[in-house]
Structure formats: structure tokens, C-alpha cells
Write a protein of this length. Structure first.
Length: 151
């Protein structure tokens, strides 16, 4: 077996506290939206290259308001850009935490599965050796592994 890279026990209280903190983030940002996949694909994507374009367009529009129709609201464009930039800074932090949670889950899951596979092999050997009760344990674990692993 490989090195045990993580051995942590989270209390249910701590898990609930963290979930509560995530709830607080959502409460602080009640305007957050959820899009369908189709909606997400239908909107243009703002990125660093075209963010500069939007910034310059705002500056140009503010300098040349006389050529723009009244239905162009550059103040709203500026607010949207500012929100995008603020949420981008938040997203960087959230992505960092998300990545660490995901990687830690991966390691913990891999360690649990690797140990379960070795343990299952021991039960199979015990069943082949005729150890009392191991045939049913081995059969049940094999059935669960076959139905859940796709291997």
C-alpha cells in the first residue's frame, strides 16, 4: 500500500460551520444568478483581452456622449464591468479553495479505495481458504465492487 498522505477527522460540527460560512457568502451576494447550459453558451464571454476593449469603450463613450443614442447606458456598462472585476477577484479565491477541497477529496478517496481493495483481497483469500463466513462477505463485496466501479 502507498503512503497515507492524509488522516483527518472532521467533526460534524465543523462541517456544519463551514457549510454555514458558504451560506453566508450566498447571503452576502443575493443577486447571484444560475444559468442553464444553453443560456451560458448564448452570452458572449468577457475575458482579459476584451475586458480592455470594454474599458476603453467606456472611456470613449464618456468622452463622446453626444454621438450616442439615449438608450445606450454607459453607466450601466461601467457598473457591470466593475461587478465582473470584483467577482473575478472573489472567484480567484474561491477557485483556489475549490481546487484544494477537490484535491483533498481525491487523495482521501484514493486512500480509502486502495485500502478497501487490499482488504477485499484478504477477504477473498480467506474465503478461498475456507474461513467461516468469508464466502458471503467476499461475495457481497465483489457484487458491490462490480456494480459500483465499472471495472
Amino acid at each position: 500500500m502507498s503512503e497515507n498522505r492524509i488522516s483527518i477527522e472532521l467533526s460534524s460540527d465543523l462541517v456544519e460551520q463551514v457549510k454555514g460560512l458558504i451560506d453566508q457568502i450566498e447571503e452576502k451576494l443575493p443577486f447571484l444568478l444560475s444559468l442553464t447550459s444553453d443560456e451560458r453558451n448564448s452570452f458572449p464571454k468577457l475575458n482579459r483581452e476584451n475586458e480592455l476593449f470594454v474599458e476603453e469603450t467606456i472611456r470613449a463613450a464618456e468622452s463622446h456622449k453626444e454621438v450616442l443614442p439615449s438608450y445606450i447606458h454607459t453607466d450601466e456598462m461601467a457598473k457591470d464591468l466593475e461587478l465582473f472585476q470584483q467577482l473575478s477577484r472573489i472567484m480567484i479565491r474561491l477557485n483556489h479553495v475549490h481546487s484544494k477541497v477537490k484535491d483533498t477529496m481525491h487523495i482521501a478517496g484514493a486512500e480509502a479505495l486502495a485500502t478497501a481493495l487490499v482488504t477485499n483481497n484478504m477477504f477473498q483469500i480467506a474465503a478461498k481458504m475456507g474461513v467461516d463466513g468469508m464466502e458471503s462477505v467476499s461475495a457481497k463485496l465483489s457484487e458491490l465492487f462490480d456494480s459500483g466501479s465499472g471495472q
